[in-house]
Structure formats: C-alpha cells, structure tokens
Design a binder for this molecule. Structure first.
Ligand SMILES: [Zn+2]
Length: 326
C-alpha cells in the first residue's frame, strides 16, 4: 500500500514537472556562501538527518565498518547480518538484537546533543524550520530542546517499547533496566517479548512520515546532514522538493550513484536524480566534512555563532534533568 501511495504521488509530480518549465537558479552562487545568503532570507527549511549527526555524540553507525556488526553477531549464525534488524527474525529470536542493544543503551543514556542538533534547534528558534526528518532513533534533537512535533522520526525511536503480544507500552527506563542487565525485556502482563519502538525491516514507517507531501511541497531549502541517503523510502524524500529548490548536503561523503539508484520507482520517474548530477548543478551544494564543523561555520557566516554556543552551553547544563524523563 505504501508503495502505491508513493507511485501515485510521483506520477502527479512528474506530470506537473513537465509543465513547470526550465530549471531556475535561486542561489546567488552554488556554494556555501550562496546557501548562507539564501538561508538568511528563507523560512520554510526542511532538514533531513542520519547517523552522521550523532557520531560526534559517540553513537556509532550500525552500518559502518568500524562498528563490526558481522563479527559481533557471528555466534548467532544469522541467515544474513541484517536479519538482526528484521521484524521476522526478531520475532523468532530477539537475542542478537538485544545483544547490540545491551551495548548501545548505556551509550544512548549518556549521549549529549551535538553542535548540529543545536544548529537545527536554532533554525527553529529563528522561525526557519518547517520540519526535521530523521532516520535516527536516539532522540538527541529532543534533548537539544526541539519540540516533538517538529521532528518526524522516520525509523522510530527508543523512548518507548511495545509488547509483541498484548501491545502494552513500556517506557525507556523499563527497557533500559532490563537491557543493561543483559535480559530480554518481557511483558509483565503476557510474558511476550517487548520490542523497542524502532522501525525494523519489514515494518511500516510511522504514519507521520507519510504526510511528507504536505511538508516537502512547501520546502524552500532542503538541508541534508550526516546521511548518504542509502535507505529507502527515506532517501527518496530528497527528490520530493520542487525541482528548483536548493539542496545542500553536509556529509563526510558524497552520495554515490549506486546508492541513489536504489529505488526503482523514484528513478523510473527521474525525480530523485543523484545529488549534484549535471541536471542539478543549479541547486545542489555539497559541503564535505564533519557536520559539526560545517554547521558551526554556517552559524558563523550567518552571525549566529555566539547564540549557537550559548544555546548549547545552557541546554547542556540542564541535560541530566531532561535525560531522567526519557
Ligand atoms: Zn503483553
């Protein structure tokens, strides 16, 4: 059903794009300064984020080689490494998933938002942030003070868990206390396994995600941070803005062709051409490097640097109190 919905939207959008005329450059210059000048004048900004914005908070990217997922899970004889993140396998054997969770929960418990999280919060304070779409489950944007309604957690979150049997909801503390003791959390009503409310492969994305058309049709500037847009349907969002809407990618790596070619549907309708391709040189800016350094640079050029650092200092002082609530 979800793919039918995307297909319907893409057909409509493709038809309208045929009649929308030639590409129009909205940036004074297609570089960092062009983005800074445009951002200073623009209010409907959407930010898309991925694991790269949380690596400076010491939260590892599961898919990175340094995390060594394969070696960690070798003892379980999984049919394939990513089986650990599928709903089907989780229902059969949640032990490998909770083995990783056992390592991750203390990290998540102690993590603090990064400069990038505060940059997103500052965009909101300035009245510029339309919405933040994230693949991250760590809720660090919320810790940075961003209101829940401003973020779409496309892959769920760790704040709560749900019993696979009776659907009873459990809070972070309940899950964390079990996971830290290396126990698999079980429901205190029906004894079934509890699954954190993260989206596993084979599960639908949250319904808030599927409202993306109303957000992306209004977007005037798309800022993509810390993701190589490898996972669909999230990656496809980058192709949902107006064909002339400037897009900036802040990441250690450029997005490769093979990754962006991952979705048959989006490519069929040519609505998600690779970032920075020749058809997008009028609107795509790639800022290569560490997200925090680049966000700080942007803030400096916008005259927001002091404000950003003050926001981070003040909020970090109160963070322990906030952490006790999630
Ligand atoms: Zn239950």
């Amino acid at each position: 059903m979800e793919y039918i919905r995307i297909l319907k939207y893409l057909v409509q959008k493709n038809v309208s794009s045929v009649f929308s005329g030639k590409s129009q450059q909205k940036l004074n210059s297609v570089d960092m300064d062009g983005i800074v000048n445009f951002l200073a004048e623009t209010n409907e900004v959407i930010v898309m984020t991925g694991a790269g914005i949380s690596t400076n908070a010491n939260i590892p990217d599961f898919r990175s080689e340094s995390f060594g997922l394969y070696n960690r899970l070798q003892k379980y004889n999984l049919p394939h490494t990513t089986a650990v993140f599928t709903l089907k396998y989780f229902k059969e054997n949640p032990a490998p998933f909770y083995d990783i969770a056992h390592e991750m929960y203390p990290v998540l418990q102690n993590a603090k938002p990064t400069i990038t999280h505060y940059f997103i919060k500052l965009l909101d304070q300035k009245g510029k942030l339309l919405k933040h779409y994230t693949q991250n489950i760590d809720c660090l944007e919320e810790l940075a003070g961003l209101e829940g309604k401003k973020t779409v957690q496309a892959h769920g979150h760790i704040k709560t868990g749900t019993c696979l049997g009776c659907q009873k909801s459990f809070d972070f503390k309940f899950l964390k206390d079990k996971v830290i003791k290396n126990e698999i959390p079980r429901c205190n009503e029906c004894s079934e396994t509890i699954k954190p409310d993260v989206v596993l492969f084979g599960e639908s994305l949250p319904k808030e995600f599927w409202n993306f058309t109303s957000d992306f049709s209004k977007c005037k500037l798309l800022i993509i941070i810390g993701t190589s847009l490898a996972v669909q349907p999230f990656a496809g969002l980058a192709g949902q803005v107006d064909l002339n809407c400037p897009r900036v990618l802040i990441n250690r790596d450029q997005i490769g062709d093979s990754e962006m070619l991952g979705s048959f549907l989006t490519n069929l309708f040519h609505l998600n051409p690779e970032f920075g391709s020749t058809s997008n040189t009028h609107r795509d800016v790639f800022l290569e490097g560490d997200c925090d350094k680049i966000c700080l640079q942007l803030a400096e050029k916008l005259g927001w640097k002091e404000e950003l650092l003050k926001l981070m200092d003040e909020n970090n002082r109160n963070i322990e109190e906030k952490k006790s609530k999630i």
